[in-house]
Write a protein that binds this ligand. Structure first.
Ligand code: GLN
Length: 480
């Protein structure tokens, strides 16, 4: 039996029954990591530490001790999530040797639940990118076709799950960085409601948009991980006190009577026809299970991309000001004064895309342009958010594509930032509105690459998203 083919939920049963040990699983994952090393999905690995922890968990289980809901399962986390004593590089030269001074709440919750963190995943530098080609440690390759990108910025997290190097991973989102790579690699990824998961210990990109979420091979695995990482955290004042529902207890409730909204703005004439028909087929599938379909409108959807790149760059410029050569990471050698130290450290430490965002961000915040760009984008954000609230009076979830294309070729868009930003056109509205959304694989295109269905839900209603996704997954299980 190839245990790496099991879902996280299946492997937990096998761990519990004693059919397999955590140590065996960690060994299998590392064999796979070595075999698939050319994907470049991981920035650092912890083989000896993981084996030691796995043995301890196996022993505790053997002696009847409590080992946690995830007791012994190998998991990967993105390299912008702090884990005490390990490197947190954000795939940047700036933080190449930065050691986490503490553990992020999301990682701590996984560890407390018994997960074995085996590695940190490669990503776009500081999570800025849609293809993972902006990593200072080289691009990640898509496991389904290694001439293609895995998506970004959580490309390593998605590739690692798709390549079966681990049973699940954590990614982070600001504008699609969990859903887009999940779509490109054919796995399940959730961007939770803003505030659902603590951001404490996760390196900030745009704090008003950032969220952590799980990437898995099944819907149930995803719901399980969200239930573990979600919930209020005293260390993050933006984390919500809203109770975390038991997603697994409602996941099989079916979709009878649920209303699926279709906003025509997601389905313009220029939408790739294969992607469009895959999504429409999914809508029909759900209809056959008893869901209703309603047409809705999101008139300002078109403004989302510009709004996102203004807001996220403005916040990035502020957040990244701390990387100045004084406290964190790279410090330039020969400098004449403090301004020169800042200048040289930042010039050496940051990559091209990060510099572009910092410049864009400072530009839209500068006194002459603040009103024209930043303030206006904040106003548009309010409008978009309100449109989502209005739409969700008429439906329970929205269906749309996750991405306008399937995974593109490595290098195809790296010299055209606008073409790259357009990959995020269907994902960024969700972050701007703060609602949750999930990517689930929905067939393949003629290029052999997965198509992603995006299911968007109401604020704090991840439970309904999971219900719908589970119903869809059940319908297609046989074919997989
Ligand atoms: N691709 C988007 C960007 O580059 C989203 C990134 C993200 O979600 N972290 O900003």
């Amino acid at each position: 039996m190839d245990y790496l083919n099991c879902s996280l939920t299946e492997i937990l049963d096998k761990l519990k029954s004693g059919e397999v040990t955590s140590e065996e699983l960690v060994r299998l994952c590392f064999d796979k990591i070595r075999k698939t090393a050319d994907l470049n999905a991981l920035n650092s690995t912890y083989e000896q530490e993981a084996l030691a922890r796995a043995r301890q968990i196996d022993e505790d289980r053997h002696h009847g001790k409590e080992v946690g809901v995830l007791g012994g399962v190998p998991i990967v986390i993105k390299d912008n999530i702090n884990l005490l004593g390990t490197k947190t590089t954000c795939a940047s030269k700036f933080l190449e040797n930065f050691i986490s001074p503490y553990t992020a709440t999301c990682a701590q919750r996984l560890v407390d639940a018994g997960a074995v963190v085996i590695a940190k995943a490669n990503m776009d530098e500081f999570a800025m990118g849609s293809s993972n080609e902006n990593s200072a440690f080289g691009p990640v390759k898509n496991p389904i076709d290694t001439t293609r990108v895995p998506g970004g910025s959580s490309g390593g997290s998605a590739a690692s799950v798709a390549a079966k190097q681990c049973f699940a991973s954590l990614g982070t989102e600001t504008g699609g960085s969990i859903r887009e790579p999940s779509s490109f690699c054919g796995v399940v990824g959730l961007k939770p409601t803003y505030g659902r998961v603590s951001r404490y210990g996760v390196v900030a990109f745009a704090s008003s948009l950032d969220q952590v979420g799980p990437i898995t091979r099944t819907v149930q695995d995803n719901a399980l991980l969200t239930s573990i990482i979600a919930g209020h955290d005293d260390f993050d004042m933006t984390s919500s006190t809203e109770e975390v529902p038991n997603y697994l207890s409602t996941i099989n409730d079916g979709v009878k009577g649920l209303r699926i909204g279709i906003a025509r703005q997601f389905f313009k004439d220029n939408l790739n026809t294969e992607i469009k028909s895959a999504i429409m087929q999914a809508v029909d599938d759900l209809k056959s299970l008893g869901a209703e379909v309603v047409d809705v409108d999101l008139p300002s959807l078109d403004a989302s991309l510009a709004t996102y790149y203004i807001l996220s760059s403005a916040e990035a410029a502020s957040n990244l000001a701390r990387f100045d050569g004084v406290k964190y990471g790279v410090r330039a050698d020969n400098y004449s004064d403090i301004a020169d130290l800042y200048f040289k450290s930042r010039t050496q430490g940051f990559g091209k895309e990060v510099k572009r965002r910092i410049m864009l961000g400072n530009y839209v915040l500068s006194s002459g342009y603040y009103d024209a760009f930043y303030r206006k984008a904040k106003r548009v954000q309010k409008v978009i958010r309100q449109e989502f609230l209005d739409v969700f009076k008429k439906c329970d979830v929205l269906f749309c594509p996750t991405t306008p294309t399937t995974a593109f070729k490595l290098g195809e868009k790296s010299n055209d930032p606008v073409a790259m930003y357009l990959s995020d056109i269907f994902t960024v509205p969700v972050n701007i509105a703060g609602v949750p959304a999930l990517n689930i694989p929905c067939g393949k295109a003629s290029d052999g690459m997965p198509i992603g269905l995006q299911i968007i839900g109401k604020h704090f209603d991840e439970a309904t998203i999971y219900r719908v996704a589970q119903a869809y997954e059940n319908l297609h299980k046989e074919g997989q």
